[in-house]
Each structure stands twice: as structure tokens, then as C-alpha cells.
Design a protein around this ligand. Structure first.
Ligand code: B1M
Length: 215
């Protein structure tokens, strides 16, 4: 589909304005929000990620591409998040301390909302105390943590350790994810769920909350 390829190309060039126009146009043409996201925005960002790894592009190019990605995602949000009225449960989410990557976290937020959760987004570079204090304040069921750097993954453990210290570990469902995170790391730090992508996270969150509420 030509328009999807164009979205990917403009994203890679960091042209947020064109990305917005084309995303709107694709929606008008009846292309599904999921196809635009997966085959246009995410595939463009994967190409940038590969070039970044190979030193073919650098932080400024990645930043403008990320800005274009977020601009496109913002247009898709109402189409991806079609929640009902009653919240299914409450979640707090953030990218862990030291980590500024937020695109994946924003996608997870959007799909959790779509699955019917009330979500408090704590942003990036979130201290362990903030995850827990906010979860207590809003009466969350789930604490969701995202990490994109191998150096910040251990900060997920920090949140779980602090939950234990405060005698709150069993009160929350703890979910982790992000490109370097995997099932065995999740088990090692004592999280409840690792999921690979935003859609699986939303599905698992829904099942976990329903199971928890059923006792
Ligand atoms: Co950064 N960066 N970055 N970066 N960056 C990576 C992560 C890297 C893999 C690039 C590379 O070398 N190939 C590398 C990490 C290497 C490592 O740790 N092993 C890296 C590096 C090194 C850095 C810096 C250190 C670079 C520097 O300054 N020298 C620096 C660190 C800054 C910091 O955080 N302190 C840095 C900075 C940046 C930018 C600011 C330029 C920008 C971020 C902009 C932003 O987020 N607003 C950026 C970007 C964009 C990337 C890449 C290219 C793309 C990340 C992304 O958004 N992907 C990335 C390369 C890559 O991942 N291929 C890279 C799209 C997004 C949808 O995917 O976030 O993985 P992702 O989310 C997925 C899943 O992981 C999952 O759902 C999403 C899909 O549905 N998911 C969850 C995410 N969170 C979840 C939580 C869940 C469940 C699923 O449960 C709660």
C-alpha cells in the first residue's frame, strides 16, 4: 500500500507534519489504525533503530523520527483506544529511572485504555517511590514498567524490592516490558507478567485483573 510506505518514509525523515497528514488520509481511505501503526509507523521506526545501531543515523535524527512517530500515534489514539464507560481496573505506568524512551510506554498506555483501564501515566525517568506512591494514591491494581536500556532494566527490580520492603508486594500485579526485557529476566526479578508488545500487555492485564477480582 503506497500510502503506508510513504508514512514510513516520512517518519524516517522526521517529517511530523507530513506523517500527520498521511495518517489522517489513510484513516479516511479506510486503512485500519492497526495497519497504519504496525506497517507504517512501527516499521519506519524499526528501520531508524537499525540505522542508529549501525551508526548510519544519530540521536538528532532518531529524536525527530520519534517526534513524528508520536504525532502519528496521537492521531491513531482514539481509533486504538475504544474503551467502555466503567473502568475495568486501574494501572499506573512509567519508564523506569534513568530511561527516557517513551514511545513503547505510550503505546502500552493507549492499549490499556482501549482495554478499559483507567491509566495514570507517570512519564519517563520514574523513581521507584513514585511508582508505588502513585499506585497507592490512585488505588491501582497494576504497576506497569517499561525499560529500553540494558542499564536501566535493574531499576525494575528496585521497584519490586521497595514494594516488598513496604509490605505491598502482594497488593499489586507487576507487569514489565520493553525491548531488552524477557521472560527469564521478569521471573528473575519477581515480576508477575512479561509481555512482548503493547497489545499482549493489554490482554494479559485484562485477564489478570479479572482473575484477581474473581478471588
Ligand atoms: Co535509544 N536506544 N538511546 N533513543 N533508541 C535504543 C533502545 C537502542 C537499542 C538503540 C541501538 O543501539 N540499537 C539502544 C539501547 C542499547 C542497550 O541498552 N542495549 C539505545 C541507546 C544506546 C540510547 C542512548 C544511550 C543513546 C545515546 O545517548 N548515546 C540514549 C539513552 C537516553 C536515556 O534513555 N537515558 C538514547 C536516546 C534515544 C532518543 C531520545 C534519541 C530516542 C527516544 C525518544 C523517545 O522515546 N521519545 C531513542 C530511540 C527512539 C531509540 C530506538 C531507535 C527506538 C525505540 C522505540 O521507540 N521503538 C531504539 C532502537 C530499537 O528499539 N530498535 C533505541 C519503538 C517502540 C514502539 O518499541 O519501546 O520497544 P518499544 O516498545 C515495544 C515493546 O518493547 C513493548 O511494546 C512496544 C510494542 O508494542 N513494550 C512493553 C514497551 N514497554 C512495555 C511495557 C510492558 C509491555 C510491553 O509492560 C508493562
Amino acid at each position: 500500500m503506497a500510502i503506508i510506505e510513504e508514512i514510513s518514509q516520512f517518519l524516517q525523515k522526521g517529517r511530523a507534519k507530513q506523517v500527520k497528514t498521511l495518517v489522517n488520509q489513510a484513516l479516511e481511505e479506510g486503512v485500519s489504525a492497526k495497519t497504519i501503526l504496525d506497517d507504517g509507523l512501527l516499521s519506519g521506526m524499526m528501520i531508524i533503530g537499525e540505522k542508529f545501531k549501525n551508526n548510519e543515523v544519530f540521536v538528532p535524527e532518531v529524536l525527530v523520527a520519534a517526534r513524528a512517530m508520536n504525532a502519528g500515534i496521537a492521531i491513531l489514539e482514539p481509533h486504538l483506544a475504544e474503551a467502555g464507560n466503567e473502568p475495568l481496573g486501574k494501572a499506573v505506568i512509567g519508564t523506569v529511572k534513568g530511561d527516557l524512551h517513551d514511545i513503547g510506554k505510550n503505546l502500552v498506555t493507549m492499549l490499556l485504555k482501549g482495554a478499559g483501564f483507567e491509566v495514570t501515566d507517570l512519564g519517563v525517568d520514574v523513581e521507584a517511590e513514585v511508582f508505588i506512591d502513585k499506585a497507592e494514591e490512585v488505588g491501582a491494581d497494576i504497576i506497569c514498567m517499561s525499560a529500553l536500556l540494558t542499564t536501566t532494566m535493574p531499576n525494575m527490580q528496585g521497584v519490586i524490592d521497595l514494594l516488598k520492603e513496604r509490605g505491598l508486594r502482594d497488593k499489586y500485579i507487576v507487569m514489565v516490558g520493553g525491548a531488552p526485557v524477557n521472560e527469564s529476566f521478569s521471573e528473575q526479578i519477581g515480576a508477575d507478567y512479561f509481555t512482548e508488545d503493547a497489545a499482549s500487555c493489554a490482554e494479559a492485564a485484562k485477564a489478570a485483573v479479572i482473575a484477581k477480582k474473581a478471588g
